[in-house]
Design a protein around this ligand. Structure first.
Ligand SMILES: Nc1ncnc2c1ncn2[C@@H]1O[C@H](COP(=O)(O)OP(=O)(O)OP(=O)(O)O)[C@@H](O)[C@H]1O
Ligand SMILES: [Mg+2]
Length: 267
């Protein structure tokens, strides 16, 4: 792949997944969620993960976070084997999962309280993130006073407060309307460029996957395997509307749809 000048250098490995297999046992028997998954993610990369429902995408993120144990294979974060819940990650879920009785600021600072971070430094970082995500003026609002997109921005701030090495996002914009989702995509793209954080994003939207990522992982139906890893050979700085019209964008999006077995169309 050619390297546009403003593409972030893949200097180091942030996440290394090797021969990962995850099996779950229940009363109904055994389910193999992931089978022999291998993935190396460089520091500062943005990797999108797409695949059919139930193929193990959430499981993959949970294993990287140390919340689910592998049945086979290994996972490393920054060269260190993952054993138990990891501290140096941020996790954003489909629903914002905010505490209804805490203000925007207090919801974000929850991260600092749980980690015992320096209060003053955390407050300064919180204020910076609030500005960066356009939440200025809503510091003291309660979650029910915010739109869905704003709530998800609070959740993103909370996940970024401790400046995690790796940001894991599991369908973070799935519950938003199309226009808000588009705005959040633009914002997340900017934030990624500004912070240089490594991101693993699970999404069902092909357009979202391609617009945001420098690589897209396409997974097979369960047991989830990686069927193809696609480079997105577009500049790191991307305008939303014009990027969608680029031949490279269309090529990657169509290939993903082909692999997922759906007819080419735009969303
Ligand atoms: N804790 C668990 N116990 C038992 N089975 C589980 C558990 N977690 C996940 N599974 C099973 O593993 C498989 C993969 O689940 P996972 O949630 O990772 O899929 P997914 O790709 O995230 O799906 P979706 O796109 O619908 O969110 C599914 O068959 C699911 O039922
Ligand atoms: Mg899932």
């Amino acid at each position: 792949m050619s390297t546009p000048t403003d593409t972030l250098a893949r200097t180091d490995t942030a996440v290394a997944v090797d021969d990962l297999t995850v099996r779950f046992s229940s009363k109904r028997g055994e389910v193999t969620a992931l089978h022999d998954v291998g993935l190396q993610v460089g520091r500062g990369e943005f990797v999108s993960i797409v695949g059919p429902s139930g193929c193990g995408k959430s499981t993959l993120l949970k294993v990287v976070a140390g919340l689910t144990d592998p049945s086979g294979g290994s996972v490393e974060l920054g060269g260190v084997a993952v054993r138990g819940p990891q501290r140096n990650i941020g996790y954003v879920f489909q629903r914002a999962a905010l505490l209804e009785w805490r203000t925007v600021r207090k919801n974000i600072l929850l991260q600092a309280e749980m980690r015992g971070l320096n209060k003053r430094a955390a407050e300064a970082e919180c204020a910076r993130l609030i500005e960066m995500t356009g939440l200025g003026g809503f510091e003291n609002a309660l979650p029910h006073e915010l739109s869905g997109g704003m709530q998800q921005r609070v959740s993103l701030c909370r996940a970024l407060l401790h400046e995690p090495e790796v940001l894991l996002m599991d369908e973070p914009f799935g519950a938003l309307d199309a226009l808000t989702r588009e705005r959040m995509n633009i914002e997340l793209h900017r934030i990624w460029r500004e912070t240089g954080t490594t991101v693993l994003l699970v999404t069902h939207s092909v357009a979202e996957a391609v617009y945001l990522a420098n690589r897209v992982v396409v997974m097979s139906p369960r047991p989830g395997r990686i069927v193809e890893l696609l480079d997105v050979d577009l500049p790191a700085h991307r305008e939303y509307a014009t990027t969608m019209e680029q031949p490279e964008f269309i090529r990657v999006a169509n290939r993903i749809r082909e692999l997922l077995g759906s007819a080419p169309h735009t969303d």
